[in-house]
Design a protein around this ligand. Structure first.
Ligand code: GUN
Length: 292
């Protein structure tokens, strides 16, 4: 069994990006600049956005954090997005999800200039991805592809089962694993809350990508020997013994599933750090495209 070490691989990627930034600096060029908008004070979202800003510092990017209150109106947020769209200093930006109820997420995603949409959530970019055109691939699916690639995990002709159909992970992942190329060329089953007999499906899978958000959902009895398991779950579970008062738990019963798996991602230290590294990669791509 091989652990797909997202912490290590993400550090390698950050080193590669830092080397690119160093070259830009040596040539006197502008370095990539990522901005993040966060609306409200959800603890998990603040942590993720904080990690994104810290990662920018680590590779030598400029970063801007825009914090808006929980009572921000849709119009106020759209104005801020317009400002970032028009600011030539900003190469790419993200609007951290989820958003408060008074804001329509679809309107927000549509307002982001696709050339600065380093999350790859705008319909233009999502459509390009589905059509195998060059574009920003959403960071979490992009990170999973990169892990499979760097560990040389065979995907061609395999049966990939994706659990969860979110716009951020499950849906794009199902498209990417089925597309021509590597990683890809697999036969994909997309499962969700209305799927019947899920164990029957997961037990036929060569590769399982779980993005459900239900702790310890995937049990050893649900998988076959030598399965490849990618755990995207990151649920906070109360744990008084930890300094923060909680621990992060994945969708997979790691202790038992890892005994049957050929490759498996841990939580934490698997997909999570890869997401941040790929957001940086998309921002570097955005900077390079803005130079053209
Ligand atoms: N919320 C959870 N994951 C993500 C992500 O990748 N991007 C944004 N913008 N919000 C998120």
């Amino acid at each position: 069994m091989t652990i797909l070490d997202g912490k290590k691989v993400s550090n390698d990627i950050k080193d590669e990006i830092a080397a690119e930034v160093k070259k830009m600096q040596d040539k006197g060029e502008k370095v990539p600049h990522l901005a993040a908008i966060i609306v409200g004070n959800d603890g998990a979202s603040l942590t993720y956005v904080g990690s994104k800003v810290k990662a920018c510092e680590r590779v030598g990017f400029e970063s801007t954090l825009v914090q808006m209150s929980n009572t921000t109106s849709e119009i106020e947020l759209l104005e801020k997005i317009k400002e970032l769209n028009e600011n030539p200093e900003i190469d790419g930006f993200i609007v951290q999800l989820p958003l408060p109820k008074q804001i329509n997420e679809q309107k927000v995603l549509l307002a982001v200039n696709p050339d600065k949409d380093v999350d790859g959530f705008h319909p233009t970019n999502f459509g390009k991805m589905a059509l195998d055109m060059s574009t920003f691939i959403p960071a979490t699916p992009f990170g999973i592809l990169e892990l499979l690639d760097r560990y040389g995990v065979e995907t061609k002709g395999k049966h990939t089962v994706v659990i969860g159909r979110s716009h951020i992970v499950g849906r794009p992942m199902s498209i990417l694993m089925g597309r021509k190329g590597f990683p890809g060329n697999s036969t994909v089953t997309l499962t969700h809350s209305h799927t019947k007999n899920i164990t029957q499906i997961t037990s036929q899978a060569d590769i399982i990508i779980s993005a459900l958000g239900v702790p310890n959902f995937l049990k050893a009895e649900m998988v076959k020997d030598d399965v490849v398991v990618i755990d995207v779950g990151i649920t906070r579970v109360i744990d008084e013994s930890r300094p923060r008062g909680y621990k992060i738990v994945g969708d997979v019963d790691f202790a038992n599933v890892s005994k049957k798996a050929s490759y498996i991602t841990p939580v934490p230290g698997g997909v999570g750090p890869m997401t941040i590294a790929m957001l940086l990669k998309n921002t570097l791509l955005a900077r390079e495209q803005h130079k053209l």
